[in-house]
Design a binder for this molecule. Structure first.
Ligand code: LLP
Length: 416
């Protein structure tokens, strides 16, 4: 249980601040992050993965500066996908040798910057990118540590927008194109080969495709090794999923262990180190989005709760039909137990069901897709009530926009 109600007030577990204390001077929606919960996740993941593993946090999930500082203090490196993320990581104190530069569209300017600061590894996504690095390293007389992201052509069984390992996806290098990579690498001593990388998609809760991808890679690795290549690293990517419909810590930890076991089983010591790039698993549960009800609008079809946040702050429901739990900040009716099981919030107890109503929780944006939650069962809502959208620590604030010229959400990081 990550959040619970204490005397009717919602609160992160073991975090002294009640969330309602943050509403005294309410100016608009707030993302609230729990440093304690995020630190715990990092520690748990470190324990679940093989000892040769180095974790590089994919900060695209949440680049709040305190989140980065926390993970840097936990010993994690950073997985970046732009010069912006690279600079930001350096500014927060991550040394360049603990940064992996991934991403499909690295510009020349970005590559030059990465070469000059000397990142640990550049994960190359295509032959033209490798040619670009070939030219740049020779021109600048600078070395580049190269990871080759291979497209294994597997179906990660996730939302199509976040599946990346199929051959019709734009990501990674096809196995057939690796021969040309090999020739290029051999022709240029500035290109230092480090290993292969994989990332087959995000929000994976079925890990079979992971093993499938690895198994496809193993013979290629062996072939490259036979040719004299040394694999310092093997980057297993990110993508470990969470359960948005509940918080089942034991099952999520089991999933992390399963991930570790599957990696270890396929890897079989083929490289010196295993790298991983998780984002969501580390931060999603550690963040919530606090919002206030502006209007209760009853129509012949629905009761709408029009709130002051929406797809401009949290795009996931509109873009991926993602379902985030939405709960009241303060329970109105006192429940018999002072600490309510979090799952009870979304599947309310029988004794409460009578007092609950079904709401369409919608935002203020002029789009019908701006629905944060459909048929959400909640206690009778009034204007001015606060609601909390759960599990929004990953891909929340970072994907927000100023659509309709609305201001961005505030962010509060509860330090450990
Ligand atoms: N490594 C690479 C190369 C990636 O592209 C990604 C995510 C990650 C690591 C981290 O994946 P994670 O562990 O967080 O699943 N906006 C979407 C997710 C997009 C993921 C993009 N790449 C969402 O809200 O579900």
């Amino acid at each position: 249980m990550l959040l619970n109600y204490k005397q009717g007030q919602l609160q992160f577990k073991d975090e002294p601040t009640t969330l309602s204390s943050l509403t005294s001077d309410y100016q608009g929606p707030i993302y609230i992050y729990s440093g304690k919960q995020m630190a715990l996740r990092a520690k748990t993941l470190q324990e679940a993965l093989p000892s040769q593993t180095e974790i590089y946090y994919a900060l695209k999930a949440n680049y709040h500066k305190d989140v980065l500082r926390l993970f840097i203090a936990c010993g994690l490196g950073m997985d970046v996908v732009s010069q912006g993320e690279l600079q930001w990581s350096l500014e927060q104190g991550c040394p360049a040798h603990k940064i992996i530069f991934s991403g499909i569209g690295k510009t020349e300017k970005e590559l030059i910057y990465a070469l000059k600061v000397g990142v640990r590894q550049i994960n190359v996504e295509s032959l033209p990118e490798l040619y670009r690095l070939h030219a740049l390293t020779q021109k600048l007389q600078l070395r580049a540590s190269i990871g080759l992201r291979v497209n294994p052509d597997v179906d990660a069984q996730t939302h199509p927008y976040i599946a990346t390992g199929l051959k019709n996806n734009k990501f990674g290098i096809e196995v057939d194109a690796l021969t040309e990579c090999d020739q290029l690498l051999k022709s240029n001593p500035f290109l230092i080969f480090k290993g292969f990388s994989l990332h087959i998609g995000s929000q994976l809760v079925d890990l079979n495709a992971y093993s499938e991808a690895f198994e496809k890679l193993v013979p290629v690795i062996k072939q490259w090794k036979a040719q004299g290549y040394h694999f310092e690293t093997l980057d297993a990517g990110g993508g470990l999923g969470i359960f948005y419909d509940r918080f089942d810590e034991a099952q999520e930890i089991a999933l992390a262990h399963e991930w570790g076991q599957r990696i270890e089983k396929s890897w079989k010591g083929l490289s010196d180190k295993i790298l991983v790039e998780p984002g969501r698993w580390l931060v999603a549960h550690g963040g919530v989005l606090l919002t206030r009800v502006e209007y209760i609008k009853k129509t012949s079809h629905h009761t709408f709760a029009v709130v002051d946040t929406g797809m401009h702050h949290l795009l996931r429901p509109a873009l991926y039909q993602a379902k985030h739990r939405i709960v009241p900040l303060v329970k109105k009716t006192s429940l018999s137990s002072s600490s309510l099981q979090e799952n009870d919030l979304m599947t309310p107890q029988k004794e409460n069901r009578l007092s609950l109503q079904s709401y369409q929780v919608v935002g203020p944006i002029c789009e019908s897709s701006d629905v944060l939650g459909a048929e959400v069962l909640l206690e009778d809502l009034r204007e001015g009530d606060f609601l909390v959208v759960l599990d929004t620590g990953a891909y929340g604030q970072v994907m927000s926009s100023h659509y309709n010229l609305r201001p961005e959400a505030q962010e509060i990081f509860l330090k450990e």
